[in-house]
Ligand binder design. Structure first.
Ligand SMILES: NC(=O)c1ccc[n+]([C@@H]2O[C@H](COP(=O)([O-])OP(=O)(O)OC[C@H]3O[C@@H](n4cnc5c(N)ncnc54)[C@H](OP(=O)(O)O)[C@@H]3O)[C@@H](O)[C@H]2O)c1
Length: 387
């Protein structure tokens, strides 16, 4: 049966990888909607190539430009919509059965949640909504019977290594692997002159700018720890981080009897994307097959926590729960954006986050509106901590 799919964030790294997998299986998937923020050129090209029923640009002026360009190109079958409300609307629309959540950051929270509330198959790359709302997000999925399938390679690996019924009864611990990013082995104090270009040059993965900086600070692994804890209902204390520079083992599940089950593959996002698109079947992803003889060896190290202040802050927020993960996430988004704009040095990122946590981590929430209020407050504190 053909799956009708909406891709939130189709112009980003995960969005493009998703389209690359869909290219191999045009008979299995129909594209309902593609969305972006401001990248008119990319969304225009995608509309011409994939002819979605709807194209949404979060930015109003960008949507106007897209509409003009599509009209001039004779692509009048694509309905162009503008703004955040339109994003939420297409995410929950009954015209699609599946939604790929690949917007970056907290901007994806309400659209992703809308897809969850509509009981869809939700492929979740956008980890920030899960970090912000944790168990509340998963309760919504349970209530609507949405199928939440992880796209983050680590969480996808854990999903694949758990029993078919996802029963956690025999599970002792989860082990998230981390490449260690571009600055593995360096002391934190030696990183004060790091530029955005250096931080975004990841040794194994090609990704968007924000997640690349998060990987360089190892905040990404901290966000993944919080994400894993929410997705798999596992206390943060039972989720370990292991540095594995080759990025071949994507994560492991440790069972009570001493067995470890892991998922291995080339570091290519098309693999978890193809897995989640076709689950419980398997389809080709287009990724290169792993040659075990070329890999030859796999190394593992404990993370050097003394030199990873962002990972320390994230672990502490994960263990504290309440609003701490949402505060951490919001302050991190502000600090990373400021670093990418060259307004603060790389090494100031954790200081900004720490200031927000000191002021707001003890808050709690019981609704999405309250999370959004906390997110907003944390951003304000973080902005004042930039100077
Ligand atoms: N890249 C990876 O390999 C990878 C792996 C695992 C998980 N993830 C997660 O997947 C998510 C996406 O990552 P990415 O690397 O694909 O990011 P990216 O390349 O920066 O793409 C982000 C996408 O979101 C859109 N967007 C940005 N701000 C928006 C806003 N305010 N409203 C609506 N749309 C907005 C962008 O549109 P424009 O193009 O118009 O700006 C783009 O389509 C992140 O949460 C990341 O942590 C990524």
């Amino acid at each position: 049966m053909t799956q009708s799919i909406t891709i939130l964030g189709s112009t980003g790294s995960v969005g493009k990888s998703t389209l690359a997998v869909l290219d191999l299986h045009r008979d299995l998937f129909k594209i309902e909607a593609l969305t972006a923020n401001t990248d008119v050129a990319s969304l225009f090209e995608q509309c011409c190539q994939y002819k979605p029923r709807v194209a949404v640009m979060a930015d109003d002026a960008a949507a106007e430009q897209l509409a003009v360009q599509l009209k001039d190109a004779g692509q009048t079958d694509v309905e162009v919509r503008a703004g955040h409300a339109a994003l939420i609307d297409v995410a929950g629309s009954p015209n699609s059965s599946s939604v790929m959540a690949a917007i970056v950051g907290a901007a994806g929270l309400l659209p992703t949640l809308e897809a969850v509330k509509a009981g869809k198959r939700v492929l979740i790359a956008n980890k920030e909504p899960l970090v912000m709302t944790g168990s509340l997000f998963m309760r919504e999925a349970e209530a609507s019977k949405a199928l939440v399938l992880p796209i983050d390679s680590e969480h996808n690996a854990i999903f694949q290594s758990l029993p078919d019924d996802q029963n956690k009864a025999g599970v002792a611990r989860l082990h998230l692997t981390a490449s260690g990013g571009p600055f593995r082995g360096r002391s934190w104090d030696s990183l004060s002159e790091i530029t955005p270009e250096q931080a975004c040059a990841h040794p194994n993965w090609s990704m968007g700018q924000k997640i690349s900086v998060d990987s360089a600070t190892m905040m990404n692994k901290g966000l993944e720890l919080i994400e894993a804890s929410a997705l798999f209902a596992m206390p943060a204390q039972k989720v370990d981080i292991v540095v594995h520079p080759q990025s071949i083992i994507h994560s492991l599940v440790e069972y009570l009897d001493g067995s470890f089950l892991a998922q291995l593959g080339a570091p290519d996002m098309r693999i978890p994307i193809a897995h989640a698109l076709s689950w419980p079947q398997r389809i080709a992803s287009g990724a290169q097959t792993l040659s075990l003889f070329d890999v030859a060896r796999l190394d593992f190290q404990a993370p050097d926590m003394a030199n990873l202040p962002c990972l320390r802050l994230a672990r502490s927020a994960a263990e504290q729960q309440g609003a701490a993960p949402a505060v951490l996430n919001a302050a991190n988004e502000v600090a990373v954006a400021a670093f990418l704009e060259r307004r603060i040095p790389f090494t100031r990122i954790p200081r900004v986050i720490e200031t927000a946590l000191e002021q707001l981590a003890s808050l709690d929430f019981s609704s999405v509106d309250e999370v959004l209020k906390i997110d907003n407050e944390a951003r304000q504190v973080a902005v004042s901590a930039l100077d």
